[in-house]
Design a protein around this ligand. Structure first.
Ligand code: ADP
Ligand code: MG
Length: 492
């Protein structure tokens, strides 16, 4: 694996009017737990149902209703903790966080405050070719999501939809170890990859299933941490980057004008490209946390943790290391290939028993490139791993040239079919028959006597002839043979 790089901090500093500043960022990520039922009730967690159709008496906080812990959510939190190399706390507790909001009928949120189920861990974040940074995880705790207030459907009234009320969330709190917006974005991406591999959260930011509270402060390099502001509920990786950049600029301007930063909660407005104050620490709620008397302390057995660990799939870092070791691909290619479990599986199916570097090249540059352009996921790829593997075989055997292979890729993408049969039926076979190539070379030479003179004086012009011959052969002539024959005929 990559050792965490000690990149000189200077490369990430922000230049202010009075000198350089260093960014300090810590993220609190809310990840919706993948589970059939809610954290303390049997209601469905399905997305997109009509309002208030997945609400049990527990979720609606009817008097006398008691929460019953859904142990699958506990298992998901433990799996996630194991996926970020964290300590699993065999005993944890649920607390009530008291506040009023129309979409919170209980008047409190059940959350883990003092004793979370997952303690300290770490995530290795890839930054680029061979470079990485290790980000500490402070804790992961389980909590309930709130419902949703809807303000845009009626001029006079607001509505409340409680379908989301009580759905399990994991709050994944990082240490303030991030030093740039790029690092923060890469961290969220990596965390999302890990969650998806494990299957504990689908990471769908558009549905709000993964959202981040972004804590930002600035300081002079070497100084203690500055006062932070927390930007609430940022729901895309791009916005996380933008919010950090504008918030850092805002803080630097205030500090350089001799002011000080108020610790406050802010909101990012992507339209205006600014953050706005929501509430200050002075107005902050006193949540009057106390252990929920309706719930016993959560106790898990070490044997259960061990069993969950043994059943974990191969995680992105392990897979990446194996790809570098077994397939000889670069660290960067291995990172790209392992971003999604399905993509990694696809690559392995293409690479097995073939030239793995050539396979990686076709999977990343041609297939992923095309899928991204069309906005298609790997699971809906028009080309199967068998088809792409067949294409790679034809290139390796010299049956088709690299250029023709791209044409074949197009045919497979839009029409499908068997690669080898297509090469025969469409006459795509590379021509290595020297007699046939010689004939074309003779024609090109005969048609361009002036160019022949020039090429004899300046041999690099042979490139022009190669191009003409390739064109005349419909791209099917073997380029090496064309070169050799041209050199002989032109006498260069
Ligand atoms: P709180 O409970 O008030 O939210 P925490 O100590 O739990 O405070 O910190 C919340 C988040 O803020 C964590 O992700 C942490 O890494 C981050 N953080 C703490 N101090 C700073 C700082 N000075 N600058 C930026 N982020 C910080
Ligand atoms: Mg917090």
């Amino acid at each position: 694996m990559n050792a965490p790089s000690k990149t000189p901090a200077s490369s990430k500093l922000i230049a202010g009017a009075t000198g350089d500043w260093e960014l300090v960022i810590g993220l609190e990520i809310h990840a919706q737990v993948t589970s059939e039922a809610k954290l303390f009730s049997g209601s469905s967690t399905a997305f997109g149902a009509s309002p208030n159709s997945h609400v049990s008496l527990v979720d609606a906080a009817m008097p006398g209703m008691l929460p019953v812990l859904n142990h699958e959510c506990v298992r998901q939190a433990i799996r996630t903790g194991l996926g970020v190399n964290a300590r699993i706390n065999l005993q944890s507790t649920f607390d009530r966080k008291n506040y009023f909001y129309p979409d919170l009928p209980q008047g409190y949120q059940i959350s883990q405050f003092k004793s979370p189920i997952v303690g300290e861990g770490e995530v290795v974040v890839d930054l680029g070719e061979g470079e990485s940074v290790t980000v500490g995880i402070e804790r992961i705790h389980l909590e309930q999501d709130a419902g949703k207030s809807i303000h845009d459907q009626d001029p006079k009234s607001s509505f409340v939809d409680l379908n989301r009320s009580g759905v399990a969330l994991m709050e994944i709190v990082s240490k303030p170890d991030l030093r740039s917006s790029d690092e923060a974005k890469a961290y969220v991406q990596k965390l999302r990859t890990i969650l998806r591999y494990i299957g504990s959260c689908d990471g769908d930011m558009e549905k709000g299933n993964l959202r981040a509270d972004v804590n930002v402060s600035v300081r002079r390099p070497g100084d203690p941490f500055g006062t932070r502001c927390e930007i609430k509920n940022v729901n895309s990786i791009r916005f996380i980057g933008q919010a950090i950049e504008v918030e850092a600029r805002r803080q630097i301007e205030i500090l350089e004008d001799g002011g000080s930063i108020d610790q406050e909660t802010r909101l990012f407005d992507p339209g205006k490209g600014e953050t706005r104050a929501m509430r200050s620490k002075e107005e902050a709620h006193d949540y009057r946390y106390f252990p929920d008397p309706d719930l016993l302390p959560l106790v898990v057995e070490q044997a259960e943790v061990d069993a969950l660990k043994a059943a974990l799939p191969e995680l992105p870092d392990e897979k990446k290391a194996r790809f570098i070791r077994d397939y000889g691909v670069t660290a960067y290619d291995a990172m790209v290939l392992t971003l999604e479990r399905e993509s990694a599986d696809f690559f392995e199916a293409v690479a097995k028993g073939r030239d793995a570097k050539l396979a990686a090249n076709w999977v990343i540059n041609e297939l992923f490139g095309r899928l991204n352009k069309q906005g298609v996921g790997i699971e809906d790829s028009p080309l199967s791993a068998d088809q792409l593997g067949g294409l790679v075989d034809l290139v390796t055997e010299g049956v088709i040239s690299g250029k023709i292979a791209k044409d074949l890729f197009e045919i497979l993408w839009s029409e499908g079919g068997d690669p080898r049969a297509l090469v025969e039926s469409r006459g795509l076979r590379q021509v290595t028959d020297t007699g046939a190539i010689e004939k074309v070379v003779d024609e090109v030479i005969a048609a361009n006597p002036d160019k022949v003179e020039q090429a004899r004086a300046k041999p690099t012009l042979i490139g022009w002839f190669v191009g003409q011959v390739m064109k005349a052969s419909g791209g099917k002539a073997n380029p090496q043979a064309v070169n050799d024959i041209l050199k002989a005929k032109l006498g260069i």
